[in-house]
Design a protein around this ligand. Structure first.
Ligand code: 5GP
Ligand code: ZN
Length: 112
């Protein structure tokens, strides 16, 4: 979608630190990290938010969670544990209107 920063990142029109990518999903570092590990798990397809999800999106939702798990393991936080967060709409703190899961972790000594 035009003027969508995450579409531009997915299409490599805007640079980002890509951690993982496949046909349907891309994972890159958050520009303004709020944890030692802060990644964004993003579908290539433009879906604005959870509010816009439809029946046809069931498969991509599953893919996003499986990729999040895989990448967390690759980043070495699979065992320690991590947080997956999705902000929905302005009231939920969503700022970028292209669906994404925040993958947060890597805190030391149980500190968050
Ligand atoms: P939201 O508040 O929509 O759930 O989260 C959007 C996230 O995207 C924020 O954590 C913000 O730091 C990150 N972000 C915004 N613009 C960019 C960008 O251009 N590149 C990257 N890598 N992250 C971005
Ligand atoms: Zn988009």
């Amino acid at each position: 979608m035009e003027n969508c920063i995450f579409c531009k990142i997915a299409q490599k029109e805007v640079p980002s630190e890509i951690i993982y990518e496949d046909e349907k999903v891309i994972v890159f570092k958050d520009l303004n990290p709020k944890a030692p590990v802060h990644l964004l798990v993003v579908p290539r397809e433009h879906i604005a938010s959870v509010r816009e999800l439809e029946e046809k999106d069931k498969e991509i939702i599953g893919e996003l969670f499986l990729v999040a798990k895989k990448v967390a393991e690759k980043e070495g936080i699979g065992e320690s544990g991590y947080k997956l967060a999705v902000n929905v709409g302005e009231g939920g703190g969503q700022e970028v209107f292209h669906l994404h899961i925040h993958l947060l972790g890597g805190w030391k000594n149980g500190k968050r």
